[in-house]
Design a protein around this ligand. Structure first.
Ligand code: ADP
Ligand code: MG
Length: 722
């Protein structure tokens, strides 16, 4: 059964997925191997293939420049001042010399024009640079201007021989290349030459239009050849802008179309019908619900009931900021599945989180007589066998677990609902395996605490229906967030002690992004020793959890804190998601400058879960970089997850948002989903309209789009998992 969208792509390398494809009939010149291009040949061809995955004419056509040298836009060196960020200058190169030694070794050169001189610097690749630079020659140089010892300089500039006779008229495109290619003589400039040679061969007819005329007109797009030509060799600003606009539009449109098609497929998928609300749901609601549901929780439950009762498969994303109460929504949805004779499961990305869910769900359901069990990788032997048996014969009603739940050996009798918590940690392939568990796929509720900016949501989750838990449970006080530097540590610890003295619990979190990092591990241990001194070990109870502990030990320590048997929890980011200890009032984050915004937000969400005042203290070194400072200030200024997510996206770009654990991301060649949000909205609209008008893309004028989509699906492994 193939249903699940591959929202995330797994790249084996960093090269972006090409959003372009040939619409050829198999004889297109664009399919010619790259070595056949004038100036390439077998050796360079092989290199281009290895380094940049350029293996055909077409690939080179889509290797776009990232900027242009415009020889008319030169700055005089003397005009560089404090406000100059980037400068393009031309002049004569002299005094090329290596300076310093060891790690500080660098290559230095001077460029002068008739107004003044400036230093150029290379810290990497100095050897090779030195060989390739020619003293006394005229160069054109571009780069970021900085100041050192009172003098302006440009480090790692782009530099090209002026070489007026071979200069391409007007602007010269600048292409990304690699160290290895450069060493073999394929420089930015060679790319410009190769691309110029390519355009000698490639005619407008070789790059046929894929969009119908009507679409071009409606959205004011130039044709495809003009666009591709214009992005390499723009005749003027207007040409360049039109070209980029068209190509960005195309990239975003295709992505939105793929999403729209997935959505179309979801909606057509038959699903289990949860027709009734029965005893489990009703009893729980009347007798076990520990609080009044918020309006948002009620609304979302209604949305889920409607979906699940429709006879179609539900694919719903439940988005709710940390602490908004997603767990109870999941529990009640699972009860609904039980009422209709189905099993349900909830999956979490980490062992600790699964355990925590198991613990709180068991507690919530109390003596209702529902069988709930935990299945994680550490459940082995007889216990595991028993759970598997009960899942297969249907006697186990709710399974709580990690990835272990979707292993081949795990078979459900009739899985009706799968809840996936903290979705961005859960690989797509893993989620997809769920589908093999049943004839008809279970309803899927994906819960995420990471608020996603609208533009990103459109791109990542455009195929899912979205529910928002946009209301926090009543009586919550805003978490007070402060930034403190190392120098103020004593005061911070004093504050933590006072909180513990009035009966609260505190978290102290250390960065340990990858559990294997030795330095982090050592600083955690050193921190732990210090905490034992700050907090008198005999008086206060301290627990520690981290990823290197054996799972049982980690769990015992965690439970001590959860049950209130420990006052202080020294931890790594293993506690980042989901952990729920309402009595905890302080989250102290050590080396906060090393965390990303969404991680900080997640961590902060571990406190403020009860009615009392809570605090988040971001402890940093005495000196922090501008960028880190900016992040810290955002955290101090707002607790609104959406605002933080927007800022995060703006600061880091979508690729980084989910951090290193998350393999997938969208990579567009030209489009930027933040800066090009307006185009994205347009393309989404256009894609939906197209699908509504011609669902299977069978109309002749949609042929080009259809082919492009097909190829895209193939290339990006993006379509579906079967
Ligand atoms: P998250 O959305 O971050 O997973 P949880 O489901 O863990 O949030 O809920 C956070 C805390 O709020 C828990 O202690 C939970 O018991 C409590 N809670 C959830 N819903 C309500 C409500 N309607 N009223 C009061 N407390 C609630
Ligand atoms: Mg949660």
């Amino acid at each position: 059964m193939d249903i699940l969208p591959i929202l995330y792509k797994n790249y084996s390398n960093n090269s972006p997925v090409s959003y372009f494809c040939s619409i050829s009939n198999g004889t297109s010149i664009l399919e010619s191997p790259i070595e056949f291009l004038k100036g390439v040949g077998p050796q360079r061809g092989e290199l281009l293939r290895q380094e940049l995955e350029i293996s055909t004419f077409e690939d080179l056509l889509h290797h776009y420049p990232y900027r242009y040298f415009d020889r008319t836009q030169l700055m005089r060196i003397n005009d560089i001042n404090n406000t100059t960020e980037y400068a393009q200058i031309a002049g004569t190169l002299i005094n090329v010399a290596e300076e310093g030694g060891g790690r500080a070794k660098r290559l230095v050169a001077t460029l002068y024009d008739d107004s003044g001189r400036i230093q150029l610097l290379w810290f990497q690749g100095a050897q090779w640079m030195k060989k390739s630079l020619r003293e006394g020659e005229r160069y054109i140089v571009f780069g970021k201007v900085s100041v050192f010892n009172g003098y302006y300089n440009i480090a790692h500039p782009e530099i090209e021989l002026w070489n007026a006779d071979t200069a391409i008229a007007g602007r010269q495109p600048v292409y990304s290349t690699t160290e290895k290619l450069r060493i073999k003589g394929i420089t930015n400039r060679s790319f410009a030459k190769l691309t110029a040679a390519l355009f000698e061969k490639v005619r407008p007819a070789d790059v046929p239009e894929v969009f119908p005329d009507q679409l071009l007109k409606q959205y004011n797009l130039c044709n495809r050849y003009t666009a591709i030509r214009g992005v390499h060799f723009p005749e003027n600003d207007a040409h360049e802008q039109a070209a980029r606009y068209r190509l960005k539009w195309e990239e975003l449109f295709i992505s939105q179309l793929m999403i729209a098609r997935l959505r179309q497929q979801h909606t057509a998928q038959q699903g289990w019908k949860f027709e009734k609300v029965g005893d489990n749901f009703n009893n729980f609601f009347k007798l076990h619900l520990p609080f009044e549901l918020t309006g948002a929780q009620k609304r979302v439950l209604k949305e889920i009931r409607q979906d699940a009762g429709s006879g179609k498969q539900m694919n719903r994303l439940l988005q709710g900021d940390v602490g908004s109460g997603k767990t109870i929504v999941a529990v009640m949805s699972m009860l609904l599945a039980l009422d209709n004779g189905f099993q349900a499961c909830i999956m979490a990305p980490t062992e600790i989180l699964a355990q925590q869910h198991f613990f709180s769900i068991s507690q919530l359901l109390g003596d209702m007589g529902i069988s709930v069990k935990l299945l994680t990788g550490t459940v082995k032997g007889k216990a595991r066998k028993e759970i598997l048996q009960q899942l297969a014969d249907g006697s186990l009603q709710i399974a709580v677990g990690t990835h272990a739940l979707i292993e081949e050996s795990v078979q459900f009798k009739n899985l009706g609902l799968a809840v996936i918590d903290e979705q961005h940690r859960f690989g797509v392939g893993q989620r997809a395996r769920l589908w093999k568990k049943n004839e008809i796929p279970p309803h899927v509720l994906v819960m995420t605490a990471t608020p996603i900016p609208r533009t990103l949501a459109m791109t990542l989750y455009g195929d899912l229906d979205v529910s928002n838990l946009d209301e926090l449970p009543p009586g919550r006080k805003e978490i007070k967030t402060v930034h403190r530097r190392d120098a103020a540590r004593a005061g911070v610890m004093e504050f933590l002690r006072k909180e513990v003295d009035i009966g609260r619990q505190v978290y102290i979190v250390y960065p340990l992004i990858e559990e294997s990092e030795k330095m982090d591990y050592e600083s955690l241990m050193a921190g732990y020793e210090q905490v034992k001194i700050w907090f008198n070990e005999n008086k206060y109870r301290i627990a520690m959890v981290h990823g290197r502990q054996e799972a049982g030990e980690r769990e015992r320590n965690m439970q001590r804190f959860v049950k209130g048997e420990a006052d202080v929890l020294v931890a790594t980011t293993v506690i980042e998601v989901g952990v729920n200890v309402p009595n905890a009032s302080v989250m102290l984050i050590e080396s906060a400058e090393r965390f990303g915004l969404s991680q900080l937000h997640q961590l902060r969400g571990r406190v403020g879960r009860g009615a009392d005042q809570s605090y988040c203290i971001l402890l940093t070194g005495n000196k922090v970089s501008d960028e880190s400072y900016k992040r810290i200030q955002i955290m101090v200024s707002t607790t609104d997850g959406f605002k933080i997510a927007e800022q995060d996206l703006a600061m880091r770009g979508p690729g980084d948002i989910y951090g290193t654990r998350q393999s997938g991301e969208f990579k567009f060649k030209l489009a930027d989903i933040v800066a090009d949000g307006a185009i994205l909205e347009q393309t989404r609209h256009a894609a939906l309209q197209l699908i509504a008008q011609d669902p299977a893309l069978t109309l002749p004028q949609h042929r080009g789009i259809k082919d492009m989509l097909k190829q895209q699906n193939r290339q990006s492994h993006w379509g579906k998992i079967s």
